[in-house]
Design a protein around this ligand. Structure first.
Ligand SMILES: NC(=O)C1=CN([C@@H]2O[C@H](COP(=O)(O)OP(=O)(O)OC[C@H]3O[C@@H](n4cnc5c(N)ncnc54)[C@H](OP(=O)(O)O)[C@@H]3O)[C@@H](O)[C@H]2O)C=CC1
Ligand SMILES: CC(C)=CCC[C@@H](C)[C@H]1CC[C@H]2C3=C(CC[C@]12C)[C@@]1(C)CCC(=O)C[C@@H]1CC3
Length: 345
């Protein structure tokens, strides 16, 4: 039988630590004196003191060496949300998370902090100051959301104080910041293709965009406040910038900061949503012949045209969460970090 290394409370593993959020988390954990290992399907950087374990999280045997002697695990891995590959989402987010849970318990890990998503309650209609008590979406808007719901349920149900295995889920929304491969690059790509001229709806819809360093702060606070009998055990927490902003205002600030024009013309929400739905159906029908990747998916149109902002009161009360970086400073720092995406660059 393999000998188990005694877990140290400052030794942790970040699953998905090569990704956008995961790497920011790793960097901050090092600053705060943690010993960090990364488990990921790829290695995107090197950092002194960080050990990389490469493998697929669906494979429990591959995970186990990365969890030896570790008391705390952060799970931040997921397939790209824009993918339309249902079986990949099912395999990684659901079956893979099952493997992570088994591996953690087998290796004697004491705490698991999951990065879930506030989208688990989003059905494509307005959410204003949404609390964690909102029910999970009955009709999830895409496969990503469908499997994030199942993933969160699995992780929270696995919390077992008697066995000494504690779990908590952090639900961020609209993460942005330096090195984000999604938000700014998609926005700039759309602008460069001349498609960022239109505002969907009247432009007044409020949304949470959360600076990556605030999400990292929430994840670490969650880990440090997750103790036996604490209110965090088996619960979900929204982490946001606590400054809802008009979706189109935010987009315009980023675009103008990078030298592009802000969108000006309005299109009715339901018209664009209907067209996106038709396009999605067409892409589905044509899939055996050709793989279409429309910019305007129903999910994206819903995200761009409805209110979706969340209360983080529970995180403030139970773990003393406060955003560390305000929205304006976060936008400036993000824009400055993308010199290669400036107009004309
Ligand atoms: N970004 C956002 O706005 C939000 C993100 N979240 C959640 O935060 C988490 C992190 O997101 P983010 O950093 O943006 O995502 P990234 O795609 O940047 O990072 C995820 C990392 O996980 C890796 N990965 C994917 N599949 C596997 C696998 N089977 N085994 C091991 N590693 C794997 C990815 O590798 P590869 O790139 O090669 O696939 C990547 O390195 C996710 O759980 C996401 O659902 C929640 C709310 C909002
Ligand atoms: C608040 C939140 C959950 C944001 C998530 C990030 C992405 C889903 C967005 C980042 C860039 C956005 C974007 C659009 C939709 C939502 C994003 C992909 C559009 C496709 C919406 C329709 C347009 O007019 C173009 C937009 C480009 C940028």
């Amino acid at each position: 039988m393999a000998t188990r290394i005694r877990p140290s409370s400052k030794r942790c593993t970040v699953i998905g630590g090569s990704g956008f959020l995961g790497r920011h988390l790793v960097e901050q954990l090092l600053v705060r004196g943690y010993l960090v290992s990364v488990f990921d399907i790829q290695q995107s950087y090197e950092l002194p003191g960080v050990t990389f374990h490469l493998g697929d999280l669906c494979n429990k045997q591959a995970l186990l060496p990365a969890l030896q002697g570790v008391s705390l695990v952060f799970h931040c891995a997921s397939p790209f949300p824009g993918s339309d590959d249902r079986s990949l989402f099912q395999r990684v987010n659901v079956d893979g998370t099952g493997a992570v849970l088994e591996a953690c318990q087998e290796a004697g890990v004491q705490k698991l902090v999951l990065t879930s998503s506030a989208s688990v309650v989003f059905e494509g209609t307005d959410i204003k100051d949404g609390k964690e008590e909102l029910p999970y979406a009955k009709k999830p808007i895409d496969y990503y959301t469908e499997t994030k719901i199942q993933q969160e349920k699995l992780v929270l149900q696995a919390c077992n104080e008697e066995n000494g295995f504690l779990t908590v889920a952090i639900r961020p929304h609209g993460i942005f910041g330096p090195r984000d491969p999604q938000l700014v690059p998609i926005l700039v790509d759309t602008a460069r293709r001349g498609k960022m001229k239109f505002i969907i709806g009247d432009g007044s819809n409020l949304v949470d965009f959360t600076f990556v360093e605030n999400v990292v702060h929430g994840l670490i606070l969650a880990a440090e406040h997750l103790r036996p009998k604490s209110p965090l055990c088996g619960r979900a927490y929204h982490i946001t910038n606590d400054e809802p902003v008009q979706f189109w205002d935010f987009m315009s600030q980023v675009l103008m900061g990078l030298g592009y024009d802000a969108p000006r013309y309005h299109l009715p929400y339901w018209l664009v949503y209907g067209l996106a739905l038709l396009l999605w159906l067409l892409a589905l029908l044509l899939r055996p012949v050709v793989r279409l990747r429309p910019t305007f998916t129903p999910m994206r149109v819903a995200l761009a045209g409805t209110h979706h902002y969340y209360s983080c009161t529970r995180a403030k009360q139970d773990m003393g969460y406060r955003p560390l970086v305000g929205l304006q400073e976060a936008i400036v720092r993000t824009v400055e970090s993308y010199p290669h995406l400036r107009r004309g660059a």
